[in-house]
Design a protein around this ligand. Structure first.
Ligand SMILES: Cc1cc2nc3c(=O)[nH]c(=O)nc-3n(C[C@H](O)[C@H](O)[C@H](O)COP(=O)(O)OP(=O)(O)OC[C@H]3O[C@@H](n4cnc5c(N)ncnc54)[C@H](O)[C@@H]3O)c2cc1C
Length: 468
């Protein structure tokens, strides 16, 4: 670290301590290492300063201070982004984890969530009213990053992207102003926030449209032996093609973990698992999953009446914080038989018992709006495939990364040409960001030039401001 850097950082710290209410942390302070840690242990970044924001005024003061001192800025919502975009080396990180309030207005079916909320925080409050927001599959993911990148989960086939179900965002802009974006106010900014990531400012609250769901639904997990993959995946293709929109069935090819719901004899052996969620009426749900439950000889079946909240956290244990992770992902144009054959082949060469190939159907409501409806686009995608490597020891990095890359090279032939921005890894650069937005990229770059011409918000999958 140069003397100049040290002086800038000291001045920034003094400035922030005079202006914000929340803790201002530097290396060596209690809580600094916890605040800089993220879900993916491959990421080890050391911000010069971390502000644990206590309110919107702290966010405004921090953005203004970062600009005054000419220092890079990053925003940490849930810290779940695989590329570690929440933290930045030598810059200022805004940690939102002390801002996790959720307010539900059941009369109008809206929830307002602060930027540090995890999915579980929102589900917990909305389910008190028998309502749900469209969020993701793992309950300790951050709402902010998920929503700003588009977001999909068990309710997407029915209601669209998370961002299709967003009614407003409050935001601190690059020049430190507090603005509201919705279809009526700053509508160009709102269009960009529905998928364009953290490129346009720091979101201080999200307003979600809610839907009646649960509290009890038919949902859970079911699995078959890996040797039966071909037959099971054939059934899966037919099953998802006919599934009502209330039903989402995620397929996972992996090695069975020692989970109590799986028969002991398959622990450590290949399985095809499915995570199933019917968000409609119980009787309809029971009927919709009957064919799945009757197929072959499952080695575990916990598809049953359960709470929506329990389904939302069913996958949490498979994705613990602190492992090493590397993903490769594409949007799929359909459920082609050859795709499943290739996926099963690569699953057979899996390099770690924690890794998986996951297929998330997102057809239905997501496909109904036009490509230009909002920045997220990719309305032609039938599903998302994620080749998800996960392991524990740094000495195994090369083998696990290469397994994911090899499977991806093969499976790319089935892509729409698009990829999900929130699944991009650290190494995936401008060409992959363009692939994430495709024809919407040019408009995003123009809106970026209006709202953040100096690219203050660049610790993200960056959209460069269009040349004026
Ligand atoms: C285990 C796991 C499961 C997942 N499941 C799903 C899923 O089911 N569906 C899905 O759609 N995605 C899923 N994702 C991807 C997820 O959407 C992204 O990882 C997302 O970035 C997580 O949000 P976060 O707030 O935790 O991000 P963080 O890591 O905290 O931040 C990532 C980036 O988001 C931006 N950001 C965060 N907060 C703000 C803010 N307040 N204002 C402006 N920008 C901000 C910043 O640019 C930051 O650089 C999953 C990820 C993981 C690790």
């Amino acid at each position: 670290m140069t003397i100049l850097e040290t002086q800038t950082q000291r001045a920034l710290t003094d400035d922030l301590r005079a202006r914000v209410l929340g803790p201002v942390l530097r290396s060596g302070d209690a809580g600094y290492d916890e605040a800089r840690s993220v879900w993916n242990a491959m990421i080890d970044k050391r911000p010069a300063v971390i502000v644990r924001c206590l309110g919107v005024a702290d966010i405004v003061a921090s953005v203004q201070a970062a600009r005054r001192h000419g220092i890079a800025l990053s925003v940490k919502g849930g810290g779940h982004n695989i590329a570690g975009l929440a933290v930045c080396d030598g810059g200022l990180t805004l940690d939102m984890s002390l801002m996790r309030g959720v307010w539900v207005d059941s009369a109008v079916g809206l929830a307002r969530a602060q930027p540090g909320c995890l999915l579980a925080d929102v589900d917990r409050e909305t389910q008190l009213h028998g309502l749900a927001a469209v969020l993701g599959f793992v309950s300790n993911t951050g709402c902010a990053g998920l929503t700003l990148g588009g977001g999909f989960g068990y309710l997407s086939r029915r209601f669209g992207w998370t961002s299709d179900n967003l009614s407003a965002v409050d935001l601190v802009t690059a020049d430190g102003r507090l603005v509201r974006a919705s279809e009526r106010e700053n509508s160009d900014l709102f269009w960009a926030l529905c998928g364009g990531g953290g490129n346009f400012g720091v979101a201080t609250s999200f307003e979600y449209k809610l839907h009646p769901v649960g509290p009890d639904i038919i949902a859970g997990a079911i699995a078959w032996r890996g040797e039966e993959a071909e037959r099971v995946l054939d059934m899966y293709r037919a099953f998802v093609a006919q599934a009502p929109r209330e039903l989402t069935c995620v397929a996972a090819l992996r090695v069975a973990p020692p989970a109590p719901w799986l028969s002991r004899e398959v622990h450590g052996k290949p399985i095809v698992a499915m995570f199933v969620c019917h968000s409609g009426r119980l009787a309809d749900g029971a009927e919709a999953v009957a064919r799945l439950k009757a197929f072959g000889k499952p080695v575990g079946d916990i598809v049953q009446k359960r709470t929506y909240v329990s389904q939302q956290s069913l996958l949490d244990a498979t994705q613990p914080r602190g492992r090493r992770y590397y993903w490769k992902s594409e949007y799929l144009r359909g459920f082609e038989p050859a795709l499943f054959a290739r996926a099963a082949e690569h699953a057979g060469r899996i390099a770690s018992p924690h890794s998986a190939i996951l297929i998330f159907p997102i057809d239905g409501a997501t496909n109904e709006r036009s490509e230009v409806h909002s920045a997220v686009g990719n309305r032609d995608a039938a599903a998302v495939i994620n080749i998800a490597s996960a392991w524990e020891d740094a000495r195994d990095d090369a083998a696990n990364i290469e397994w994911a890359r090899a499977a991806w090279r093969d499976i790319r032939a089935f892509s729409t040409g698009g990829t999900y921005v929130n699944f991009l890894t650290e190494e995936e650069g401008p060409d992959r960001v363009r692939a994430a937005y495709r024809t919407n990229y040019a408009r995003l770059a123009e809106i970026k030039a209006t709202w953040d011409p100096e690219n203050v918000f660049r610790t993200n999958k960056n959209i460069a401001p269009a040349a004026t």
